[in-house]
Design a protein around this ligand. Structure first.
Ligand code: NOJ
Ligand code: CA
Length: 681
């Protein structure tokens, strides 16, 4: 049946009367393993619709597709399927760095060409669906066509009518603090407007996440609930009125849905990466995954200042001290914030005084980069913009060139401004356009920064960023970003992030890509002795739970030195893996990963727990058969809990293990664990 429809789409459509009572015959496709099935059709009002089932169970009930446009009747009604095209692929591609070295891309594809009746505008709208065993992606492709040179998109009407009941973990879209929120867990039918990825666990245990891939020259999607469990893609606003303005032809980002039987399936999926274009930068071996320290925690806590003056953090002397520490302990980089001019005034949400090339008088940029080079360490640069991209873009090329020349291989950027507070040039001199952190203008900006940086072999790590949509595949110098509440919040209040935060991030924010979370606060103390909701072992477990190819050890170096055995783990743990598996975990509760070092035969195991103590039986199934390994273990000590001073109680263990062995691991409230498994000769 399917192939008949595929071959004769025009006939099928033409046979239906203009206002049929029944929906038109559907075009269907399935995932390579046959579990996921898609159906694409038009409804009684000739509106394009799609629906999705898995293992025979309806997941997405018929949901609309289309756009509201600003200058004409939208791409909503009067459509028929004109033709379809089918394809499939099974390839393997290599990541220059990441959670795993090789990624398999096995999918079936269905391209559906919709054509609107003349009375509704007569426009063409194509939708390309890709079905994988672990989910689906679809995007609109608006082909070149007479009478529609430019799409002025007011909003999408893309719907996701989720059929089964379940729970959702989400943060609010359109809020003042962007993505830096504590995740809420609610029934699916109590979600409001969420950022993506949004994670759901259906009542039958199926796990799903809704997100997008390849967000290029378009607005970020928020996931807005209407009636019941019916969600709609709504786009981040723009100063221009229409939320997206694009000349045809163009393709939208992919709307992506991961689907899995369990939490591990969700976490191990590479769906969005597979939906992105291959590497456009070629050889990026100039970027090396690394761990770093920084002149940072002191500013975040308020002990030092970004601004010049007696408390100024970024002095030449302190930077050299940090470089010495990095060299001694094998850290690849030293982040220095507050090194440049512009911090003295009102920078938060203004940023008009920032220079990205001129250092403060007490910071000798040339001298410290030379000193670093001699010691085999890189300076990590910093560009805080205060949200003022007009000022930043005017200096962007000079700033990246300078870093490139000085051997600064990575730059952390920042956009500290309330949502809607991005200051862009209005197009003509002296005019300003206020934009959103995830609107089309800011999406364009981030790619401009990444491409400019790449010219000078600089990698980029934005804070207050646009969310990750897998673009690191195409631009592998886009190495990490913030885009969630990071460690910094723990400096500002007792238990600020709470014990559930990291075991929730693993299954939500982290599905989108690497995060510069900045673990490694071994003192477990923010400003005014504010305690972290973490045991000491959890700080180590974070290096396994929250992936980034640049991993910070965020505490003051004096504090890192106070915990030599923990520092030893941080020194050893890689930031680049050949394999990654979630070996135990549930959304919001706990997460234990096993990851294989890309540079050796060592495995590392570890992760994080929420507020409830628990004992796990870990299975070393992932080890190579026939080999024995020595496992060095850092784990919560007896009686450890994040709630009291016992948060520093840690225990060590060394055991011999082989494939198939198990290990009983107790995780404290707010606890965690870390292990290194080295093969014995
Ligand atoms: C917020 C960032 O998250 C933080 O890491 C940085 O230090 C400050 N902005 C200043 O740029
Ligand atoms: Ca931040």
């Amino acid at each position: 049946m399917r192939s008949l429809f595929a071959a004769l789409p025009l006939l099928v459509v033409a046979a239906a009367p203009a206002f049929a009572q029944d929906a038109r015959p559907a075009q269907t496709a399935s995932s390579p393993d046959g579990a996921i099935t898609l159906s694409v059709s038009t409804d009684n009002d000739q509106r394009p619709t799609w629906s999705l089932s898995r293992k025979g169970k309806l997941l997405i009930a018929p949901s609309k597709l289309g756009f509201i446009l600003a200058d004409r009747i939208g791409l909503q009604r009067g459509f028929a399927i004109e033709s379809v095209e089918r394809a499939s692929g099974d390839t393997r591609w290599e990541q220059p760095w990441g959670e795993r070295r090789f990624v398999r891309d096995r999918h079936n594809e269905l391209l559906v060409r919709f054509r609107q009746d003349k009375s509704w505008g007569g426009h063409a709208m194509n939708v390309r669906f890709r079905l994988f065993d672990d989910g689906i992606g679809f995007r609109y492709e608006l082909p070149e066509q007479a009478g529609l040179p430019t799409a002025k998109i007011v909003d999408e009407i893309t719907e996701f009518d989720i059929a089964p009941k379940g729970a959702a973990w989400w943060i609010t879209g359109g809020e003042w603090n962007r993505y830096e929120q504590i995740y809420q867990k609610t029934p699916i039918d109590a979600v409001a407007t969420a950022h993506t990825p949004i994670t759901m666990r259906l009542d039958d245990g199926t796990h799903m996440s809704f997100h997008e891939a390849a967000l290029v020259d378009y607005a970020g999607m928020w996931f807005k609930r209407g009636e019941g469990q019916k969600f709609r893609a709504t786009l981040s606003p723009s100063s221009k009125g229409p939320r997206v303005i694009r000349d045809l032809p163009f393709a939208t980002p992919w709307r992506a849905i991961r689907i899995a039987d369990n939490a591990a399936g969700l976490v191990e999926s590479d769906l969005e990466l597979n939906l992105n274009e291959p590497n456009k930068l070629g050889d990026v071996s100039w970027f090396k995954p690394m761990k770093y320290i920084g002149i940072w925690w002191g500013m975040i806590r308020g002990d030092w200042s970004w601004a010049e003056g007696p408390k100024h953090g970024a002095t030449t002397a302190r930077t050299k001290q940090y470089i010495d520490f990095a060299a001694k302990h094998g850290f690849g980089g030293v982040l220095v914030e507050g090194w440049n001019k512009g911090w003295n005034g009102n920078w938060f949400g203004h940023g008009d005084e920032f220079s990205f090339t001129q250092a403060t008088p007490d910071f000798d940029l040339k001298a410290v980069t030379e000193y670093a080079r001699k010691k085999g360490v890189q300076l990590i640069g910093h560009h805080e913009t205060g949200g003022n991209i007009a000022v930043y873009e005017a200096q962007l090329d000079d700033a990246m060139k300078l870093y490139g020349q000085l051997g600064v291989g990575t730059v952390k950027t920042g956009y500290v401004a309330d949502a809607g507070g991005i200051i862009a040039s209005g197009g003509t001199p002296g005019t300003t356009a206020m934009e959103w952190h995830d609107g089309q203008r800011q999406v364009q900006h981030h790619l401009k920064v990444v491409e400019t940086a790449a010219k000078y072999h600089v990698a980029v790590n934005p804070h207050e960023p646009i969310k990750d949509t897998g673009l690191r595949r195409t631009y592998p110098n886009w190495v990490a970003r913030e885009g969630a509440r990071g460690m910094e919040y723990n400096a500002w209040g007792a238990f600020a992030n709470g014990p559930d935060h990291e075991p929730t991030l693993v299954y939500t924010r982290m599905l989108s890509g690497p995060m510069d979370f900045t673990p490694g606060v071994l003192s477990l103390e923010g400003a005014n002795k504010a305690p972290l909701a973490s045991t000491l072992a959890k700080q180590l477990g974070l290096y396994l739970a929250i992936y980034s190819p640049i991993q910070m050890a965020a505490d003051f170096v004096e504090n890192l030195e106070k915990y030599p055995r923990e520092l030893e783990f941080i020194k050893q743990v890689p930031a680049d893996w050949s394999e990654s598996k979630l070996i135990a975990g549930e959304v919001g509760d706990y997460a234990i990963f096993a990851r294989k070092d890309r540079a050796s035969a060592d495995w590392y195991v570890g992760g994080v727990n929420d507020a409830a103590e628990r004992t796990l039986t870990l299975n070393f199934d992932f080890l190579e058969p026939g080999k024995t390994y020595t496992a060095m273990i850092w784990k919560d000590g007896e009686g450890a809990t994040y709630l009291t001073d016992a948060r520093h109680r840690i225990a060590y263990d060394t055991v011999k293990v082989k494939k198939g062995d198990t290990y009983k691991l107790w995780l404290a409230p707010g606890g965690g664990a870390a292990m290194r498994l080295a093969p014995n000769r």
